[in-house]
Design a protein around this ligand. Structure first.
Ligand code: PGA
Length: 245
């Protein structure tokens, strides 16, 4: 059964939204048997302390959407992994395709960020995915595995958790289009063959209506959810669909 669900709010939300969403999520969790799933909410940086406090002792974790490649210093506008941890985050999304495309983030930088995250005691969620052309060329699996190998932290770096990877085809993010369950399974199998012990989440247009089909695909260990994670009912329906599989 898939068991990790990450809400990626991107640059959305407000203090009022976070408070309402957080309270609603706790209410939903209170009405059902103890969570079989790990839930992680990744809001914009400024909302992390508020959500971390709200979720204290609830089992719901909070994560950042990025961190700096450096531990501290003269890097105006950056947020370090250690500060994320200090603010209450337990996870951090790294190498999201929007970071890679809008901020020209390279796999080497993603790797450096992952090292920072591990050093700070955060669990990195490393994102990888192919473009539409790469999928059309029939090379998607080779492209994604190569991108992943270049983005992962050094295997020698102490890491108490299984490595968490999010497979997010670039063309599926925010588009309403998704690969078929068979294509998702094939990619997750290729990733697991390349990285022993990895847990692999799928991301890209996951919603309540397609959750059972996607999360039921072999090799899918959970989901990274963007747009649908901003609607509490939709987010909870995705988790429910997976838990009912
Ligand atoms: P989406 O985004 O669910 O809105 O497609 C997923 C993501 O970018 O992580």
């Amino acid at each position: 059964m898939p068991n990790v669900f990450v809400a990626n709010w991107k640059m959305n939300g407000s203090k009022a939204f976070a408070s309402e969403f957080g309270r609603g999520l706790l209410q939903y969790l209170g009405q059902r048997p103890p969570a079989a799933s790990t839930l992680v909410v990744c809001p914009p940086f400024l909302l992390i302390p508020e959500l971390a406090q709200l979720f204290q002792a609830s089992g719901v974790a909070v994560g950042g959407q990025d961190c700096a490649v450096k531990p501290a210093g003269a890097y105006t506008g950056e947020v370090s992994a250690a500060l994320l941890k200090d603010a209450g985050a337990e996870y951090v999304i790294l190498g999201h395709s929007e970071r890679r495309s809008h901020h020209a983030e390279t796999s080497a930088q993603v790797r450096a960020k992952a090292e920072m995250a591990l050093a700070a005691g955060l669990i990195p969620i490393i994102c990888v995915g192919e473009s539409e052309n790469e999928r059309a060329s029939g090379n998607a699996e080779a492209v994604v595995v190569a991108q992943l190998k270049a983005s992962l932290p050094n295997p020698e770096t102490p890491n108490p958790h299984p490595i968490l990877i999010a497979y997010e085809p670039v063309w599926a993010i925010g588009s309403g289009n998704t690969p078929t369950p068979a294509e998702i399974s094939a990619m997750h199998t290729a990733i697991k063959a390349a990285v022993a012990g990895a847990e692999v989440l799928y991301g890209g247009s996951v919603k309540a209506a397609n959750a059972a089909a996607i999360l039921g695909a072999k090799g899918v260990d959970g989901a990274l959810i963007g747009g649908a994670s901003l609607k509490l009912e939709e987010f909870c329906a995705i988790v429910n669909a997976a838990e009912e599989l």
